[in-house]
Design a protein around this ligand. Sequence first.
Ligand code: C2E
Ligand code: MG
Ligand code: MG
Ligand code: MG
Length: 282
Amino acid sequence: HAKLQHRGALVCFDADMAQRSRHHAELLERLTAAFNDKQLFLVYQPQIDLESGAVIGLEALLRWRREDGQMVPPDRFIPVAEQSGLIDSLGLWVFKTACHDMQRLIAAGLAPKLMAVNVSVAQFKNPAFVGQIEQALLDSGLAANRVELEITESVAALGHGVVEPLLQRLRRLGFSVAIDDFGTGYSSLAYLERLPLDRIKIDREFVSQLQQGQEARIAALIAQLGAKLGLRVLAEGIEDAAVWRKLQAIGCHEGQGFHIAKPMPFDDLPAWLREWNTRAHG
Ligand code: C2E
Ligand code: MG
Ligand code: MG
Ligand code: MG
């Protein structure tokens, strides 16, 4: 009996896997078409100094609106792009578009210090990556010190001998580097301590603990860690004013979240920035 059950489970497992890989292939096909048909676009979320309220950066976030109007969340389609190699051209397009938009904001006298661009570990694996973004930056005319690259702890999987020289190259070019979703990965502290970084981003998960009145221990520990390592610390996912204040109390100086602004299309940025800058904050 047990054997039969076991075989039954195996059959289910196989069918499930086959279905998932078909689904994956379909999604990849639609994503590739969407990319070619220019159905992908960027939205930008402001990052602020929690003390003064000043806008210090913008994070570029990728969006896919299907022809039927449905939005496909990046958490669903980015992994598909990563597994297929499409991420190389997609990521480069994101980088170029963000630099171009940053230049437009500079020209309008509205640009904050930094444009933050998410970079996936899969892009890091591409030996052409650094050369490509260096060229794209040159083409845009933007200074490298206006761009921050956000990577996740999963870069640890590439091994220190690969990651450290890569980050050093990027920082020599003038880019700053942030660790995104900090605290959710599996990298050791010893590993991160050795990486040349500028900023830590506290994952939303730990920020929302502040909201629910839970103990702020993890967020506070990350803020202290950042201070010890001489890194700036930014909290993601600030959804109300109380969390904003709690973050300041635990020594976190920067943040972003729906309470400040949701990610918005480029065309909405100038009005939002003007409006925000004329109000008093902090
Ligand atoms: P992430 O880089 O950690 O981006 C932060 C995510 O939190 C964004 O989700 C943002 O919309 C969301 N968020 C910001 N503030 C709040 C808040 O107050 N409350 C809540 N509930 N959410 C908030 P989004 O845009 O869906 O992106 C999800 C993830 O997809 C990103 O996480 C990033 O890992 C990935 N991603 C997005 N765009 C790109 C890209 O251009 N390249 C790469 N490689 N990954 C990207
Ligand atoms: Mg990010
Ligand atoms: Mg994040
Ligand atoms: Mg994330």
